[in-house]
Structure formats: C-alpha cells, structure tokens
Design a protein around this ligand. Structure first.
Ligand SMILES: *Cc1c(COP(=O)(O)O)cnc(C)c1O
Length: 435
C-alpha cells in the first residue's frame, strides 16, 4: 500500500496546522504512524489521497449512518445549495428538521439548532444554570461532552472530587463548579447531592457512555439519575450527540427512558442529525426552553445556526433512517463484532465486546468495563498493532482504543468479507504485541 500522497499532505498540514490536524484524534498519536488523508467516500468505503480504498468503520464518527454519498442526502444538499447557502434568517428547512426530532424524541418539546455537539452541551448547561439559578454541574469521568471548558474536567475520578482542569487553559475557577464522579456509581451521585444541597444545577451524562469505548449504563442507572436530580431540584441532561438516532431509531432514550418511564429535562444532539454537515441541537422541556432569548434571559445564538444546506442533509439522513435501516445496522454491528471477537479469541487476545443498541466497541481487556478506570485497563499496544494490521488490509478502524466502531446501512456482504479476511492476521498482530 503506497501512502506517499498522505505523507506529503501531512507534512504540508503540519506547517500550517498544529499537529497537522483539525481535531486531535485524527493525528494517529495513540496508534502511531501517519494519518491517511481521505479524498472521497461512497457507501461503506472511503478512498485516500493515494487511491487506497478502505471499508470505513468510523463513518465520520457517526454521521454517515446511511453510508457515504447516499443519493437522497446528496440530492437534498444540491437542491438546498442551489437555492442559496445561508441567509441569516429563519427558513423552512430548520423548521422541518426540528419537527422531525420533536416527533421522534418524546422528552423534546422544543429544540434549538446549533452547529456542533460542543455548542449544544455548552448551551444546555448554561440554560440549566439559568433555569435553576444554581452553579454546579455533575459530570462523569470518561464521558465526553465536546470541548466546553467546564466539561473538559474529567480528572479526579474519586467520589465528589472537585475536578482539576484536564486541559491547559481551563481555569480552576471554571472546573471548581464541576463535580466529576465515576460513571455508573449511583452512591457517588447521592453523596454529591447530599454534600451540595441546593447548589447543583444539573447532572449531565452521555445517555450511554461511548467516548471511553462503549460503556452502557447499568440497569436503572439513568433512571436513578433522573430521580436524584429531580428530588434535588436539579435538571438531568442526557447527551445523545453520539447515541441519538444511532443506538436506535429513537436513540438511547428509546431503549432506556422510553421503556422505564423516566425522562431527561434536556437532551443534546449532533452527529447523525447533520448527516455529515455541521449541525447540533439541544432541546427538552418547553418550560425550560422558554428561558432562552428572545423569550427569556438566557442568551444563545449562532450566525450559521439552522443553516439551510446543513439542515437539508440532516433531514434527508433522518428520513432515510427507517426501522429497516436500524434492523440492518443492528445485524451488521452484531456480525462485525462477532467476527472480530472470534478472531481475537482464536489468537488468544483478551477482549470484551460492549454494546449500546447498534453502537459497539471492543475493549482489549478481560474485565467488564463499567467506568473509566476499568476502561483504562486496556492493552493499548495490542490495539495499536491490531489497528495497523486492519488498516494495511483495507479496513479503517477508529485510530484509538477508546472509540466506538461505527457501521452504516451501506455495509454490504462485500464490505463484511473485507473485514472478515483482515481479522485473523490483525488478531495475531495484537497477540504478538500484547503486553
Ligand atoms: C461528539 C460528541 C460531542 C461533541 O460534538 P462536536 O460536534 O464534536 O462538538 C459531545 N458529546 C458527545 C457524547 C459526543 O460524542
């Protein structure tokens, strides 16, 4: 496999862009090697600058749920672009996208569109603070909510530890208002509320943690969060930027709250709802959303919010995400994870498959992973060897052991055969590298 064109681009990129990338995980630092620069994609495949083709298991980190270049999505984008790229006024497309989300997700009575998942969570915590008149936020170690200053705090996973900043440039004053707790630890949440009466504005949690690998909530965990938040006068924000319209047709909520009979107060979305263009959203209870400007005192805005081209891509993607598509995603996720697990077992590599609906990841560890500390028991050297062997055989996995694997509705028999053929050698490479 020739990679000289990617290498040349990476060299140019490194001159004008820090680390040569516009988002850190793309730089391959945790697996080593030179990132591949992609130039096109179609269905389940992406093609790099050297013309190498890969079966894609990243899917732009989720949005490409229908596969790359889906004809309906591309047609919707063309049609919208022909009418103009942006007006800075309201338009019909954003109304239709909001209606689609409100119709599908019960707890969302109203929502506002933004341009990224980060903006969605940032706005949701501002709104929760404005609504409750309180300052503190509870988050869980290993849960990612975008690069919002306050939510970058994930260090100090001890019970009720006041977080230290995880990133330089985030002030201690910012993270002092954030209480970081171990995921799936209800007792820790109860203690935090007992120790901070009347001071916690909200609990924010990924509806199923999927940014430390996939770590589903233990049965009843999210319901208990709702109960504790509500009895303590706080809001529950479930972040479905990754799981929304991915874990199931109604996201993780459809598999959890909708079944158990509890509701979050606010939810955040991104990824799938933009179909590959920049769209995020936050929404929930109408009485809470009513506090947003121009109706209320909580300011929130965006020059490109509700952009007509982006909302057209999102709406076409959501409309394409039928029950048939989710059934197919479920089956494909099962097939890929079963194939990978079988190959790893044959090679004697300790691993665990974990799922949340159609979302899954494979931990290179023996233990069941229920929180961030356990996620970090992984053998990342074994994963790096596995990753590179898969890449060389034409399968593009997430370049980190801590990321979910994303299948699409376009993953067909031919794509699965490429994955199946690549697995045995990759599993042996992982076994050889295992520490
Ligand atoms: C990706 C992600 C975000 C951030 O979204 P961006 O669009 O990258 O800003 C927030 N929360 C979760 C759960 C995510 O997976």
């Amino acid at each position: 496999m020739t990679t000289s064109a990617s290498a040349a681009l990476f060299e140019r990129a490194s001159v004008v862009t820090p680390g040569g990338v516009n988002s850190p995980v793309r730089a391959f630092r945790s697996v080593g090697g030179t990132p591949r620069f992609m130039s096109s994609g179609s269905g389940a495949r992406i093609v790099d600058a050297d013309g190498n083709s890969y079966v894609d298991l990243v899917g732009s980190w989720g949005p490409m749920i229908l596969g790359h270049g889906h004809p309906d999505v591309i047609a919707a984008v063309h049609e919208a672009a022909d009418r103009g790229l942006s007006f800075g006024t309201p338009g019909a497309g954003e109304v239709a996208l909001a209606e689609e989300i409100v119709a599908r997700i019960d707890p969302v009575e109203q929502l506002r569109l933004v341009s990224s998942g980060t903006e969605a969570t940032m706005s949701a915590i501002r709104l929760a603070r404005g609504f409750t008149g309180r300052d503190k936020i509870v988050k869980f170690a290993g849960c990612y909510h975008g690069h919002v200053d306050a939510l970058l705090a994930s260090a100090g996973s001890g019970v009720a530890t006041f977080a230290l900043p995880d990133s330089a440039g985030v002030t201690a004053a910012t993270t002092a208002e954030v209480i970081v707790l171990p995921y799936n630890d209800i007792a820790a949440v109860r203690s935090a509320f007992a120790e901070n009466p009347g001071r916690i504005a909200a609990i924010i949690t990924e509806a199923a943690a999927a940014n430390m690998g996939v770590v589903p909530p233990l049965p009843g965990f999210n319901r208990a969060l709702a109960e504790i938040a509500h009895s303590g006068g706080a809001l529950l924000i479930t972040d479905e930027v990754m799981t929304g319209f991915r874990a199931s047709r109604t996201g993780m909520f459809g598999l959890d709250g909708a079944v158990e009979g509890w509701q979050p107060d606010l939810m955040t979305f991104g990824k799938v709802i933009g179909g590959g263009l920049p769209v995020g959203a936050f929404g929930g209870r109408a009485d809470v959303m009513a506090l947003l400007a121009p109706d209320g005192p909580v300011y929130q805005a965006g020059t490109l919010s509700g952009n007509p081209v982006a909302t057209a891509a999102g709406l076409a993607t959501l409309r394409g995400c039928t029950e048939t598509v989710y059934a197919r995603l479920d089956e494909t996720a099962r097939t890929v994870s079963d194939l990978a697990s079988a190959a790893l077992s044959r090679a004697g590599v300790p691993h665990r498959v974990q799922r949340a609906g159609t979302l899954f990841s494979i931990f290179f560890t023996e233990v069941e992973v229920t929180d961030y500390d356990l996620a970090r028991t992984q053998d990342t050297a074994a994963f790096a060897a596995f990753f590179h062997a898969m890449l060389d055989a034409g399968v593009y996995l997430p370049p980190s052991a801590y990321e979910a694997w994303f299948v699409s509705a376009a993953h067909d028999v031919a794509a699965l055969e490429v994955i199946e053929a690549a697995l045995p050698a990759a599993a042996r490479a992982a076994a050889a590298a295992a520490g």
